[in-house]
Design a protein around this ligand. Sequence first.
Ligand code: NAP
Ligand code: GCO
Length: 268
Amino acid sequence: MSTFDLKGQVALITGGAHGIGFSMAEALGKAGAEIAFNATSEKSVARGLENFNKIGLAAHGYVADVTDEAAVEQLVAQIEKDLGSLDILVNNAGIIQRTQMLEMAAADFKKVVDVDLTGPFIVAKAVIPAMIEKNHGKIINICSMMSELGRETVAGYAAAKGGLKMLTKNICAEFGEFNIQCNGIGPGYIATSQTAPLRERQADGSRHPFDAFIYSKTPQGRWGEAEDLQGPAVFLASSASDFVNGQILYVDGGMLAYIGRQKNDLIK
Ligand code: NAP
Ligand code: GCO
């Protein structure tokens, strides 16, 4: 089991103050890694530090916008000063905008692509040189069902997450020779603040129609929890995956393998 041990490793989880990022950071921390995370504001960093405090885990929080190259370079330099050079990067920070494509402004499309695709490029570019220096590194890009599938209203997000799948393969191709493994995790539909609008109870107290839809498309008949991503994150961050590279590990309750449940007797 020592192959899952992350003692002595330094990990950066972007957007790790809450949600999926926080859950993966918790798992990496409990496996022994020193945890650094960034968020978009002091307020969010403070929220993240409180969350880590609640579970008794030390973490270092920093304000840094992943789309701002100078801020990211400063972030990586500060982490190096505080904790040492990075061994593990989880490119988790991301946004979504749900708008019919014809009503979506190009600026909004660009904003989603900037955060969800250019951001991971910028952060990976900032951490790879030190990984090359030590001939060791783990990069985990948080992809999505939308790395494989489209749906109405998420054109920018699907384009970005599809691109992130290919960026993952490209980093594998370009840096594998330096013992850097770059893989993706593709969560299914996970109950976080990002998907809260899709799970809101209707005015009459009934479930959101999208809620029922997800039940019908998921063999395991439930939404995922952020905790479902903890094991996959530790696996891809540890030496247990030293010969796994350029892969996307889908953690989706079987959604991508399933045509959909004909009758929806699961949902009560
Ligand atoms: P979330 O609760 O909305 O958290 C997103 C995080 O990203 C927040 O911590 C946010 O920081 C951070 N962030 C956003 N823009 C940023 C920027 N420009 N610079 C730095 N940090 C930024 O979302 P989530 O559900 O945990 O999702 C996390 C990741 O998983 C995203 O990449 C998402 O696309 C992906 N994903 C989610 C699901 C799902 O069903 N929830 C499924 C598949 C993939 P603040 O705390 O400062 O706001
Ligand atoms: C949506 C959801 C999804 C999830 C996730 C699925 O509006 O369809 O937000 O995009 O966030 O990416 O894997």
